[in-house]
Ligand binder design. Structure first.
Ligand SMILES: Cc1ncc(COP(=O)(O)O)c(C=O)c1O
Length: 389
């Protein structure tokens, strides 16, 4: 038996991602993911010229901070904020951007405030660093509007960072202009970094509800985005952070340690996806997939006559729902997994037990198959362990 004179710090795994990686390969229907029906390479490449460009690419490292052409296309997405290619760092998905941000700006012992329910990457990373992590909630009884009074109370001078996800994963809420202004005011008042995870921009169900960016509203805003969600291109593993040149340098130094660079082909393919006509084509395709999926979901919900409750999301292919059962969300997730060979995600992993998150944007037949398989399990859960609510 080897003995050591040191002990490892406590480590909290990323429960949501852990749930997905443990089970997503062994079910017939995987509705646990948060992207939209994945786009194929054939659908993405619009012309022979695109194909020739890929075939002629030398598979060398790209520029470490991301190919300039891609950074320019990304910068052009922020026309009102004076963003140039030098304000952009291309990362391995939004995941790497969020991880580098926590590493750079959340010292142990400082307070980190996150939106809940939420994607708990920053929450978990900050806990693992020894931060004092607090949540402010989106209120289910007010259409998931944020409790900004709670945020204002939590935002003490010890706060290093406030993390918001807009549109929100898992509830699809889009912040109003007034709410965004108030969040900026609170961050400014305590001098905290404001990290805006905007990976669901472009997945608004009604284009009139377009989510606006936080980028440019305060000098300590860091914008995070990715090709994974609204574009349905999670296999590219391309994301980015937007910030001042100093922020970009801080994150870039971490990127050199973690990854050196992203993939060169991925940079080129992301650049193609962001070209105006291609981008409009893909976003429209994905909006249609979400709209079809949502009507299937609504029909199913109606047919279950009160056994499934949910609020219509304003964006994202995700619905945060409640079943008429007193089982906790992890137990209900296991029942659906084993009884319907369908994977959805326990709300517990978003900080909200009692709910589960399900994707409805994965293509008509696939979603219809999963809903059909889930029906008897939803009935059985309600009969065996009825809800007290
Ligand atoms: C809100 C949010 N941010 C970041 C990510 C990370 O995504 P990716 O690394 O694929 O860009 C996810 C993935 O589920 C997410 O939902």
């Amino acid at each position: 038996m080897v003995t050591t004179s040191f002990s490892l710090p406590p480590f909290r795994p990323f429960a949501l991602e852990n749930w997905q990686s443990d089970y997503e390969q062994s079910v017939d229907f995987n509705l646990s993911d948060s992207t939209i029906d994945p786009v194929s390479l054939r659908e993405l490449l619009g012309s022979e010229a695109d194909i020739e460009r890929l075939l002629g690419t030398e598979l060398y490292y790209p520029e470490v901070n991301g190919e300039r052409a891609l950074r320019e296309s990304i910068a052009a997405r922020y026309p009102d904020a004076g963003i140039t290619a030098d304000h952009v760092l291309v990362t391995i998905g939004a995941s790497e951007a969020n991880a580098a941000i926590v590493d750079a700006y959340c010292p142990p012992g400082s307070r980190v405030i996150v939106m809940e329910p939420g994607y708990r990457q920053v929450w978990g990373l900050a806990q693992n660093r020894g931060c004092d992590v607090r949540g402010f909630t989106l209120d289910p009884d007010r259409g998931w509007r944020p409790d900004l009074e709670a945020l204002a109370e939590l935002a003490t001078p010890e706060t290093s960072l406030i993390y918001v996800c807009n549109p929100n994963n898992p509830v699809g809420y889009i912040l109003t202009d007034a709410e965004m202004a108030e969040i900026v005011r609170i961050a400014e008042r305590c001098g905290a970094w404001l990290v805006a995870d905007e990976v669901y921009q472009g997945s608004e169900h009604d284009p009139a509800d377009r989510a606006r960016t936080f980028v440019g509203r305060y000098d300590r805003v860091i914008g995070v985005n990715s090709m994974s969600k609204s574009y349905g291109l999670s296999g590219l593993r391309i994301g980015w952070a937007i910030g001042s040149p100093q922020v970009i340098r801080d994150l870039w130094r971490r990127h050199e340690y973690a990854a050196i660079a992203t993939g060169r082909l991925d940079n080129i393919l992301a650049g193609i996806a962001l070209e105006e006509a291609t981008s409009a084509r893909i976003l429209a395709r994905n909006r249609a997939a979400m709209s079809e999926g949502w009507s299937l979901f609504e029909d199913w919900q109606r047919s279950l006559d009160g056994l499934v409750r949910a609020h219509r999301p304003m964006a994202t292919p995700l619905v945060f729902l409640r079943f008429a059962t007193s089982l906790d969300s992890v137990e209900a997730g296991h029942r659906i997994r084993t009884g319907a060979s369908t994977l959805i995600c326990p709300g517990e992993y978003f900080g909200f037990d009692g709910y589960l998150r399900m994707n409805f944007g994965f293509g008509r037949d696939y979603v219809a198959g999963a809903l059909k398989a889930m029906t008897p399990v939803v009935h059985a859960m309600a009969e065996e362990a009825p809800s007290n609510a």
